[in-house]
Design a protein around this ligand. Structure first.
Ligand SMILES: Nc1ncnc2c1ncn2[C@@H]1O[C@H](COP(=O)(O)OP(=O)(O)OP(=O)(O)O)[C@@H](O)[C@H]1O
Ligand SMILES: [Mg+2]
Length: 258
């Protein structure tokens, strides 16, 4: 059984008497431990898809199953890393990271210890007592990711978490994310605009059409792990996957810009 299955899901928004079909008949099954990336042009419904999976929105048709059970309302077994970090400005880095454990009533020293471990794994040791405005964009995004990992969700959704960062920082964070993922083997659905990032991270890349978003193709990425994110683009398997995906994506991007 798939951990997540999206079956015939469509989503129509109603805006001031106008209907906007954002997603059309999406079918996607994600296995436990899989790393799936989703690429598609702006406005094709990628964030809508994640909002449906996590239960923030309801689909207009079709259904979404998590471990075989339909999603009805917010599902706490699913972690959601949003594009914009939602760190609380009045809490320090470590207080932001441990917040989910605090809400769950985990005792102070245990949650401190777990937060400290994760902070160390993403190279933020020494910054525990800094407030969000005293951190760089890359540091805030790392904190944003580990504050979701800390409560150990079975499925993690990520909406362009590295979007606003510069190219070098992105690659470093991709490397850290893959190491965290290899250690925990969580299931991840990761949205990105960037084809290179999509291939670098994924077991499978799902490519979407421009709006209304449909699945146009799915590419299996067979590059062995652990992957060297700094050199992966030199591999022939990478180049051929990139060419196939770009061929499919190009007309969608042009359409979206027209
Ligand atoms: N709350 C909403 N109400 C009405 N329409 C919406 C709402 N959210 C999104 N839409 C519309 O649905 C479509 C898909 O939006 P969505 O944010 O899911 O796209 P996206 O693929 O995440 O785009 P981007 O890559 O720019 O983040 C867009 O046309 C958008 O205008
Ligand atoms: Mg979006």
């Amino acid at each position: 059984m798939s951990l997540l299955s999206v079956e015939g899901v469509s989503k129509e928004y109603h805006v001031r008497g106008k209907k906007v079909l954002a997603l059309d008949s999406i079918d996607l099954a994600v296995a436990q431990g899989e790393f799936v990336t989703v690429v598609g042009p702006s406005g094709c419904g990628k964030s809508t898809l994640l909002n449906l999976i996590v239960g923030l929105l309801r689909s207009s048709s079709g259904r979404i199953l998590f471990r075989g059970d339909p999603i009805n309302g917010i599902c706490t077994k699913i972690g959601y890393v949003t594009q914009k970090d939602n760190l609380l400005p009045w809490r320090t880095l470590i207080e932001n990271v441990e917040i989910a454990l605090e809400i769950r009533g985990i005792e102070n020293s245990a949650r401190r210890q777990r937060a400290q471990e994760l902070i160390g794994q993403v190279g933020l040791s020494g910054f525990e007592d800094h407030y969000p405005h005293e951190l760089s964009g890359g540091m805030r995004q790392r904190a944003n990711i580990i504050r979701t990992l800390i409560y150990d969700p079975e499925l993690i959704l990520m909406d362009e978490p590295f979007g606003p960062l510069d190219a070098q920082t992105r690659v470093v964070l991709q490397d850290q994310l893959l190491k965290l993922w290899l250690a925990s083997r969580k299931t991840i659905v990761f949205i990105t605009h960037d084809l290179v990032e999509a291939i670098t991270l994924a077991d499978r890349v799902v490519l979407m059409t421009s709006r209304p978003g449909r699945i146009k193709s799915i590419e299996n990425v067979t590059i062995p792990r652990p992957r060297n994110v700094f050199q992966i683009h030199e591999r022939p398997e990478f180049r051929s996957a990139y060419e196939r995906l770009w061929e499919q994506l190009r007309p969608e991007v042009n359409l979206a810009e027209a």
